[in-house]
Ligand binder design. Structure first.
Ligand code: GDP
Ligand code: IMO
Ligand code: MG
Length: 432
């Protein structure tokens, strides 16, 4: 801190929500900087579980300011629902601000997402159908509608007068039979403006002032490096940037304010959606880890995640493009009891050994993992893991520490946070 970025180093769902909540204790402000309601970030506090899609994972700490940055695409329907849910659980949610520059997901984005997926054949990414791609497309094409526009009825009306016929032509051309109504859209979005207008703000300015006063800001990444639009597995990723650089762009804060980067790594690999996955396990073996790890179903879509061994070729690539100071390694409790624990250190492709992640999807789909086998550690109960945390890292199972040292050797990044369960009390902070 003052500026700490938390991001995913794999294909999303690494456990970012837990680490954000953990680090938020020392932060003053939490800001989400990319993605939209395709994200699902889980925070477990005692027996309570929160699943955030848009709202930053710091919102349940009432004393923190939470910001949805300009880089996020905001579905107002989801935002209203999340705010209402939190209010229903006794949270006031008056510690939230949304960038007036953030783009709005419109109902036609969701329709087009579904229609395009149906037509894309082998290019189908298995999207979350939340309208993310079409919304970012409109942002880049300069035909988007922004959060600040919600409170300007005339502007909304003018935009929709142009956009509704345009989108209707696209939907019909794609073979869709939905009929868009400019009036219904205007009514709904003016309605969202009435409820959400009070959250709209120049969040870059708020962040600038907070940082100038020496306050601590935590930047919450969504998705993961290998879903990034530039650095991920194209075309099977998402439509936003998910890497360190996007924390600056997606929140309107200069890069000099970012002083720490934490790359979150799950001790195995998971994937929702389509595309090559070199360490993917056959269904029966993957199901074992998925079932031990109750969270391995898409937080947003409920789809079972594809599961594989830890792939350090992927994480090494993430280390290169994100420059993390530390890794936060998650789900070491889930891996417990597997002996040996396999770690992929390179790929074999057409008789050659690759240590660097390839850009080409065709090369990747031919890659076979080269594994090293490490001695596993004992499977112990949740309570015993909490005892281990209390006793301190040096008292944790020696083979677990060996495994983490191996991960550092493969990626060049020290391990800073060790997670052995979903809750706050199952976390060891060993950052120097
Ligand atoms: P995110 O998208 O990166 O925030 O991750 P998700 O919330 O989609 O998925 C992570 C899942 O793993 C959630 O259900 C978390 O509660 C859970 N989780 C996080 N860390 C640990 C851990 O160390 N051990 C176990 N058993 N579960 C964890
Ligand atoms: P969090 O923040 C895992 C995947 C989808 C699909 C691809 C494109 O919880 O880690 P999209 O709807 O973004 O156009 O889908 O990206 N995907 C995620 N996978 N975790 C996520 O978010 C994801 N967000 C998108 O499954 O393959
Ligand atoms: Mg998730």
């Amino acid at each position: 801190m003052p500026g700490t970025v938390v991001l995913g180093t794999q294909w999303g769902d690494e456990g970012k929500g837990k680490i954000i909540d953990f680090c938020a204790e020392k932060a003053d402000v939490v800001v989400r900087f990319n993605g939209g309601s395709n994200a699902g970030h889980t925070v477990k506090v005692g027996d309570e579980v929160f699943r955030f899609h848009l709202i930053p994972s710091g919102t349940i700490r009432p004393e923190k300011l939470n910001i949805v940055g300009n880089g996020v695409v905001v579905d107002p329907e989801v935002l209203v629902k999340e705010i209402d849910e939190l209010k229903g659980r006794g949270y006031k949610v008056d510690n939230l601000k949304v960038s007036e520059r953030a783009h709005l997901v419109m109902p036609y984005h969701k329709l087009i997402d579904g229609l395009e997926e149906g037509l894309k054949g082998s290019l189908k990414a298995g999207t979350t159908m939340r309208g993310i791609g079409p919304c970012y497309e409109d942002k880049a094409a300069r035909i988007g509608v922004r959060f600040g526009d919600l409170v300007d009825r005339d502007l909304l009306e003018a935009r929709l007068s142009t956009l509704v016929p345009l989108k209707q032509r696209l939907i019909s051309a794609y073979g869709g039979d939905d009929v868009l109504s400019r009036e219904a859209l205007l009514r709904d979005y003016v309605g969202y403006g009435k409820v959400l207008g009070k959250y709209s703000a120049d969040t870059s300015l708020i962040l600038h002032e907070a940082l100038s006063e020496g306050r601590q800001v935590l930047f919450e990444g969504a998705q993961g490096t290998h879903l990034d639009i530039d650095h991920g597995i194209y075309p099977y990723g998402t439509s936003s940037n998910c890497v360190t650089g996007s924390a600056s762009v997606g929140s309107g804060v200069g890069i000099r304010h970012i002083q720490e980067v934490i790359g979150v790594v799950k001790a195995f690999t998971s994937r929702v959606g389509t595309g090559p996955f070199p360490t993917e396990l056959p269904e029966e073996e993957g199901a074992y880890l998925r079932d031990r790890s109750l969270g391995e179903y898409g937080t947003t879509t409920g789809r079972p995640r594809r599961i594989g061994w830890l792939d350090t070729v992927m994480v090494r690539f993430s280390a290169r493009v994100n420059s993390p100071d530390h890794l936060a390694v998650m789900k070491l409790d889930v891996l417990a009891g597997l002996d040996p624990a396999k770690v992929c250190v390179a790929y074999e492709s057409d008789g050659e050994e690759l240590r660097h992640f390839p850009a080409s999807m065709n090369v990747l789909s031919k890659c076979k993992p080269v594994y090293e086998e490490l001695a596993g550690w004992e499977d112990i109960s949740e309570d015993t893991w909490r005892e281990v945390v209390k006793a301190g890292y040096d008292e944790s199972p020696p083979n677990l520490r060996e495994y983490l040292a191996f991960l550092t050797k493969q990626t060049g990044v020290p391990v800073g946070i060790v997670s052995v369960g979903p809750g706050r009390a199952e976390t060891m902070d060993i950052r120097k």
